[in-house]
Design a binder for this molecule. Structure first.
Ligand code: C2E
Ligand code: MG
Ligand code: MG
Length: 536
């Protein structure tokens, strides 16, 4: 009885956890029986027949058959586990994107084409997930999906993703997704969305932390917003971004925006081609010493004449190049060209060259070494080169970039902070950057006298920078009044359409030659002979 009970326990356990192992286990029974029968035949306890005489042989054959079953079952189980692992997210145990896609395929195959994908994103989840570990993150999504399941379980319009009635999919970027069959959806979509938002807008407790959560929802309709699965999902994701900006916290995908995205992608491809084919141009805009009115340097500004689109502003393609990783290549091209053209300027003039460097350039060590070798090849000394940094705040937060800027300063380059006063470049943020020059953004300079607030900001900025021992450049000087006002504040250098617009190198050389012995034609009667020590 005890042995039978033990066998029963073992069998039960095996059938539960290792179903395949029970075949191994069973295979031993005929083997043992066969092994027992044969001696019994020899001792004449059992009749000698064909079967009993060959009992051991038969037992081995049965055992092999069971073993084969066991092996097949084991392989089937492994395959099932593998598919399960691929289909379900590790921590949340929720269906993954592949199951969402399968369900979408099934909808399409069965002719149910009127459906939409809804992506539900807990607001601020990117930030929240930085403070919690994977397990807590998964717990949050498990709870969220449990709540939503209670809403979806009796709603036939929400498409099942598996035979287990699962309806919610977990996307790797911390979002949940569902498919809604529009034909079956009795209520309006906004009503369904409202109830999802209500269910998810409660406080979630993670460990001891109580988090107020709310959901933003993006919707993409099939086939209107894309027929390929990946497109629908991506478009619903894009709609989530828009949803964050609207009052109702949900949005449909807007195709015009995507047209814009693909336009920009095409533009980036053309830009890369233009860099490689050398079809970009560099324009020069003079910078004037406000004390002596001498031209003390020129800023090199990139120009792109697109073969079909015409002139495209750097304000459009520079951020694009930064986003798509083309900026290093672009800036190296600019440095090479700008320095070659500067050699031409140096034949009859003695001034510095100012080149724009993006914050995204500085983060790369290889950019630094490549730039230095191009500069070395050009033969132009570092103390004749000004590097204008845009997005200087992001540089000041990156240790490696900061070190590279320091090295550039040590090598003798003048580091200039561009567009000061706009964007993120506040004094607090750039105060640890080693720089010598500050360019006050043209927003505060152009027609400075027309606006009292602008004038006050310009004055305070220039005085503060001078107090810190910096050289100050005013961009966007448009008139004699602008120049006079900025000079009265203590500004050293002016740049703007009042003196000259940016121009190609040949025009610039002519322009320089037409100036009065290196001074601009404007107001030559100005007294004062001061020339900043590190200029000219
Ligand atoms: P930025 O470096 O602040 O360049 C000055 C911009 O102001 C130039 O525009 C110039 O044409 C314009 N400007 C100059 N004087 C006046 C004026 O009196 N009034 C007005 N309204 N505008 C004036 P641009 O050439 O369109 O360049 C725009 C921005 O694109 C630049 O701003 C710079 O941030 C970026 N950029 C241009 N070339 C390059 C480059 O080679 N590399 C990088 N990384 N950025 C560049
Ligand atoms: Mg600049
Ligand atoms: Mg600027």
């Amino acid at each position: 009885i005890f042995i039978l009970y033990a066998l029963f326990i073992i069998f039960r356990r095996l059938s539960k956890d290792f179903a395949w192992a029970r075949f191994y286990f069973i295979s031993w029974v005929p083997f043992l029986a066969g092994a027992a029968i044969q001696p019994l035949v020899l001792l004449n306890y059992v009749d000698s027949t064909f079967i009993t005489r060959n009992a051991f042989l038969f037992a081995v054959m049965i055992e092999i058959t069971f073993m084969a079953f066991a092996l097949a079952e084991r392989m089937r189980r492994n395959e099932q586990d593998r598919i399960h692992d691929i289909s379900y997210h590790d921590f949340t145990r929720l269906p993954r994107k592949s199951m969402l896609e399968n369900a979408m395929n099934e909808m399409k195959i069965s002719g149910k084409n009127d459906f939409c994908v809804l992506i539900i994103k807990p607001e601020h989840i990117e930030q929240i997930s930085l403070y919690i570990d994977d397990k807590a993150n998964a717990a949050l999504f498990k709870r969220l999906s449990r709540r939503l399941s209670s809403l979806f379980i009796h709603n036939d319009a929400i498409v099942k993703l598996s035979s287990n009635h699962e309806k919610i999919c977990f996307l790797e970027n911390n979002c949940l997704a569902i498919i809604v069959n529009n034909e079956k959806n009795q209520q309006d979509l906004p009503v369904l969305i409202k109830s999802i938002q209500q269910l998810t807008s409660e406080t979630f407790q993670i460990d001891d932390l109580k988090l107020p959560l709310s959901a933003v929802i993006g919707v993409a309709n099939h086939p209107e917003h894309g027929s390929a699965n990946y497109l629908l999902i991506n478009h619903a994701q894009l709609a989530v971004n828009d949803a964050q900006l609207v009052y109702g916290r949900w949005a449909y995908y807007q195709s015009e925006k995507s047209d814009h995205t693909s336009y920009l992608l095409k533009l980036a491809t053309d830009l890369k081609e233009a860099i490689e084919n050398d079809t970009l141009a560099i324009y020069h805009q003079p910078q004037i010493d406000l004390k002596t009115l001498r031209v003390c340097s020129s800023e090199c500004l990139i120009r792109w004449e697109h073969p079909r689109e015409g002139f495209i502003s750097p304000d459009i393609f520079i951020p694009l190049a930064e986003d798509l990783g083309l900026i290093n290549q672009l800036t190296l091209w600019v440095i090479k060209r700008a320095l070659a053209q500067h050699q031409q300027i140096l034949v009859n003039n003695n001034h510095m060259v100012s080149i724009n460097i993006s914050g995204k350039d500085i983060a790369h060590e290889h950019f630094f070494t490549n730039a230095l070798s191009i500069i070395e090849e050009s033969g132009i000394a570092a103390d004749k080169i000004i590097l204008e940094l845009t997005e200087s705040a992001s540089i000041s937060h990156n240790k490696q970039s900061l070190e590279l800027i320091q090295k550039l300063g040590d090598l003798g380059f003048t580091i200039s902070i561009d567009d000061f006063g706009t964007g993120y470049s506040s004094m607090a943020q750039i105060s640890h950057l080693p720089f010598q020059e500050l360019k006050v953004d043209r927003l505060f300079v152009e027609n400075v006298n027309d606006d009292h607030k602008r004038k006050t900001i310009a004055e305070a900025t220039v005085k503060m920078a001078k107090g810190l021992g910096l050289e100050v450049v005013a961009e966007g000087i448009n008139s004699q009044e602008d120049e006079d006002t900025l000079r009265s504040f203590g500004c050293d250098i002016g740049q703007g359409y009042y003196y000259a617009k940016p121009m190609p190198i040949d025009d610039y050389l002519d322009w320089l030659a037409s100036q009065n012995n290196g001074r601009t034609q404007k107001r030559v009667d100005l007294d004062g002979e001061f020339i900043p020590a590190d200029k000219i």
